[in-house]
Design a protein around this ligand. Structure first.
Ligand SMILES: Cc1cc2nc3c(=O)[nH]c(=O)nc-3n(C[C@H](O)[C@H](O)[C@H](O)COP(=O)(O)O)c2cc1C
Ligand code: SF4
Length: 416
């Protein structure tokens, strides 16, 4: 990709200052706020077809519309940077090096939806992103962008919330619970945050990357954003590549890029030139096999394969790797991170881990059938979608790595 939308200063070594961000057009729209109405912002967002980058790919405009139409005098905006998924670093990268993009997106969300307070939700152990965000809030406040009337009577304040270091605390209602002083566990839905969220008031929760894209759309317009990517997946997406490639890091690519291009062009190829056996688009997604590496990364194409780009924290399975160890570690992760509120989720994640241990111990049986049966029984029975997220990688692993599952039983049966 020639021109990044968000990662404009790579390799980034320090947080972008307000002065540098302004040189890129940052916050320009707030000096003439009375010339743009909240309804116009919403129209623009709709035309951009921006979808949430937190994993669920929900259309941003639909969420904002709900909050905009809600009749309440107090509303909130939450920027979700509670990134705790193994293999994903893009949110902390964005907040640490480009904090003003996120703050500007929050301001636009506040203006469009009628919120006066925004929470930037970060994990308590993210020292560098928290420091960068604190500094950026200071700069924006000193510059009269925060806590000052900007036009049309709009005044906005941003607070940082330090969330617990658990995976489930990144779920949107868990985030609200944590901000309210609770343990950070998901709540029953409905009501959805847009109806009754933080302190019972309409709340718009967006991933920090989604909000950074909003700022870009405001600077460049919806047609320019929609012209990038594919018909249904517009703009760019941030991906994290891990130590399986020669150049691990956070990369920005337009939708329509293939995983092969991502690994080769961005990652510099797989370490040791090993052959790729499969790719996991993000921990909570279904595996793609090696013959699917040329699939364009887009919500529509990946949906047809039963998977999604998720939050873009890519895992690569290479030739010679202990696949069963990897799949078992994923199952263990979900078993440990589920929050214990829903018996079906506890049962499912424990059973998955138990079955996979059995496979690795050389037990025989229809493991794929057992895993499927459990997932069918538990689907939709959790307060949050972790119950489905935990099933996706494990079920698909039993298909994509069938020979590895079978080899465990064969090896165990063979005499020494
Ligand atoms: C277990 C679990 C963990 C999640 N963790 C995060 C997270 O760390 N960051 C995030 O933005 N969304 C996370 N989500 C998704 C959020 O619930 C929500 O969909 C998202 O913040 C909405 O923002 P978006 O529409 O901009 O994507 C998680 C969901 C679940 C079920
Ligand atoms: S589905 Fe699992 S992680 Fe989600 S609330 Fe229920 S027990 Fe917790």
């Amino acid at each position: 990709m020639n021109t990044p939308l968000l990662l404009t200063r790579e390799p980034a070594t320090e947080a972008q200052s307000l002065a540098d961000y302004r040189k890129e057009g940052g916050y320009a729209g707030f000096s003439s706020l009375d010339q743009v109405s909240p309804a116009q912002i919403l129209e623009e967002l709709e035309a951009s077809k921006l979808r949430g980058r937190g994993g669920a790919a929900f259309p941003a405009a639909r969420k904002w519309k709900l909050a905009q139409q809600a009749e309440a005098t107090v509303k909130y905006t939450v920027a979700n940077g509670g990134e705790h998924e193994p293999g994903s670093h893009k949110d902390r990268h964005l907040v640490q090096y480009y904090p003003h993009r996120v703050l500007e997106g929050m301001l636009w969300c506040g203006y469009a939806t009628g919120a006066k307070v925004g929470y930037l939700y970060l994990i308590e152990d993210m020292a560098a992103p928290i420091a960068a965000a604190e500094r950026a809030i200071e700069e924006a406040t000193e510059a009269g962008l925060l806590c000052t009337a900007l036009g049309n009577g709009f005044e906005f304040e941003i607070k940082i919330h330090r969330a617990p270091t658990t995976y489930v605390a990144g779920e949107e209602t868990a985030a609200l619970d944590s901000i309210e002083g609770g343990p950070g566990k998901p709540r029953e839905k409905p009501p959805y945050p847009g109806e009754a969220g933080l302190f019972g008031q309409p709340t718009t929760v967006n991933n920090v990357e989604t909000l950074a894209h909003v700022a870009w759309i405001r600077h460049h317009g919806a047609p320019a954003f929609a012209a990038i990517g594919t018909e249904e997946s517009t703009g760019t997406m941030l991906f994290t590549l891990g130590k399986e490639v020669n150049r691990p890091g956070v990369y920005e690519m337009p939708f329509g890029t293939t995983y092969r291009q991502l690994l080769e062009d961005c990652g510099g190829g797989v370490r040791g030139e090993k052959a790729v056996r499969a790719v996991l688009p993000a921990l909570s997604c279904r595996f793609l096999s090696a013959d699917q590496l040329d699939t364009p990364i887009a919500y529509e194409t990946m949906k047809s394969l039963g998977t999604s780009p998720g939050c873009g924290g890519v895992h690569v399975i290479v030739e010679g790797q202990d696949v069963m160890e990897k799949v078992a570690s994923i199952a263990d992760f979900f078993m440990k991170e589920q929050c214990g509120q829903c018996p079906p989720c506890r049962m499912e994640t424990n059973q998955f881990a138990h079955i996979l241990k059995g496979v690795r111990d050389g037990k025989r049986g229809d493991f794929s059938g057992q895993l499927e049966k459990i997932a069918r029984f538990t689907a939709g029975k959790g307060r949050c979608s972790l119950i489905e997220m935990a099933a996706a990688p494990v079920l698909s692993a039993a298909e994509v790595f069938r020979s590895d599952f079978e080899a465990c039983a064969t090896e165990a049966a063979e005499p020494e």
